[in-house]
Design a protein around this ligand. Structure first.
Ligand code: ZN
Ligand code: ZN
Length: 450
């Protein structure tokens, strides 16, 4: 609603702000907003876009990009994070979950709001030729986690500069091993996040325009699991098949049968995926091998569907292999690659995110997206505390086509760094101002979805 605020109202606002903020304010909260909170996101974005901050972030991002490290081996990345936190005078805990670092900014008192960045790279040879190409053969930051770490360090810098305005504590979670290692689960096991009231996480999105964000309330990403099976037959001469038991044919039928789980057994309105992505067997044109190894992933949004898929994958592999006289063993690799729960966004935090991101980027740049079958180990946090995960746009057509994440040609648009840093910082700072110290922890356990 337009119109000038009456003088008495204005005096009241100033009075309330004074109560809220006994320390000297660095923000000049605008009198156009009812409480000044809505000015914070834009101001922090302007702060993040300052030349020196952007240059510093780009330098950090390139350093991490050149030295990618796989899950639980992020020693140098962890070292770099700690030395930057030291320079900023931010206290932290280390090691958390092997290489993880958990920093603290603010009063040290409740409420606690957490921001999370993942640190690991992928076992992939970078194919992009540029000055800051990965120096480690066979390893690459092809999922943008180098950018995520940088954005959280950027947020740390912004928040530390505004620490007098923090009405509680921001917890910075630099987490190892997102790519299948379940680093989030290990961080939770370490017990450093027990007092946290809410957690936010983001992922860069090459298909979303720069300056936009996208997410949704409720289920956003699927729960995921992996499987591997060895189908055993009897090797022999390829020209005398009657003396062999052919595991290649058996494995082929197993794969076809697995495709019937989603098409024939699942509710068409309940999204699920079974993909066999690995098929290894045989090494010669004229030899039937002894065994074949297949492997893949399965995805679902509910615990029931996930459990059903898991059970049926095992039954179908063993049963279908037996049709062709083969044996089969199935391994769900749950130790090395723990099942990820679905990523389910808290409804209240969705509303809060829309307000904060809308104030920063304008509401039409804050998109509500459809769920996707990808998965994120951020979901482990959401099982035990209210959490919110969103995608950060970085597409800029004028810079050329951006390859998808996990591609050896993936590139990160560094122009997205200030957006990520400012969103992180705004979500945390405003959360503490808006929700105050009277927040109580969610009752009981959130664990009902996997
Ligand atoms: Zn990834
Ligand atoms: Zn990722």
């Amino acid at each position: 609603m337009g119109g000038a605020m009456s003088f008495s109202k204005w005096v009241f606002v100033v009075f309330v702000l004074h109560l809220l903020n006994p320390c000297p304010v660095r923000f000049s909260y605008g009198s156009s907003s009812s409480n000044g909170l809505s000015d914070i996101p834009k101001k922090l974005l302007n702060f993040a876009k300052r030349q020196e901050l952007v240059g510093w972030m780009i330098g950090i991002r390139r350093k991490i990009h050149q030295n990618p490290e796989l899950g639980y081996q992020e020693f140098e990345t962890s070292q770099l994070i700690r030395s930057e936190l030291d320079k900023m005078g931010i206290k932290y805990k280390h090691p958390v979950a092997v290489t993880g670092v958990v920093g603290f900014i603010g009063t040290g008192e409740p409420p606690f709001v957490a921001l999370r960045a993942d640190m690991d790279s992928l076992p992939l040879q970078e194919m992009v030729e540029w000055e800051y190409k990965s120096k480690i053969p066979g390893k690459m930051h092809a999922c943008g986690h180098d950018g995520h770490v940088t954005m959280l360090l950027g947020a740390a810098k912004i928040l530390q500069e505004h620490r007098e305005e923090l009405k509680g504590t921001v917890v910075l979670v630099f987490q190892p091993a997102e790519e299948g290692g379940g680093g989030a689960h290990k961080v939770l096991e370490a017990g450093v996040l027990e007092k946290v009231n809410a957690i936010f996480g983001l992922h860069v999105d090459p298909n979303l325009p720069i300056g936009e964000v996208a997410s949704r309330p409720g289920p956003l990403l699927a729960g995921s699991g992996f499987f591997e099976a060895v189908i055993g037959g009897k090797g022999g001469h390829a020209a005398i098949p009657q003396h062999s038991i052919d595991p290649i044919l058996a494995a082929s039928n197993v794969i076809v049968s697995l495709q019937h789980l989603v098409s024939r057994e699942a509710d068409p309105l309940d999204s699920q995926v079974v993909t066999v992505a690995k098929f290894q067997g045989g090494g010669a044109f004229n030899v039937i091998p002894d065994s074949v190894l297949i492997g893949g992933t399965f995805r679902a949004f509910s615990k029931e569907s996930f459990t059903q898929l898991k059970q049926r994958i095992e039954e179908v592999i063993i049963g279908q292999a037996a049709v062709q006289r083969c044996s089969a063993t199935v391994d769900f690799l749950s130790k090395e690659k723990p099942f990820f729960p679905p990523t389910i966004n808290n409804n209240d935090l969705h509303k809060y995110f829309q307000t904060v991101a809308g104030d920063m980027l304008d509401t039409q740049k804050v998109k509500v997206m459809a769920p996707v079958m990808g998965s994120e180990d951020f979901s482990f946090y959401q099982e035990v505390m209210p959490g919110y995960f969103f995608f950060l746009g970085m597409k800029n057509e004028t810079l050329g086509k951006v390859e998808s994440t996990h591609s050896p040609y993936f590139t990160l648009n560094e122009d997205a760094l200030p957006y990520g840093a400012a969103l992180h910082a705004s979500l945390a700072l405003r959360y503490l101002l808006e929700f105050g110290p009277e927040i109580s922890l969610p009752e009981g356990n959130y664990r009902d979805e996997l």
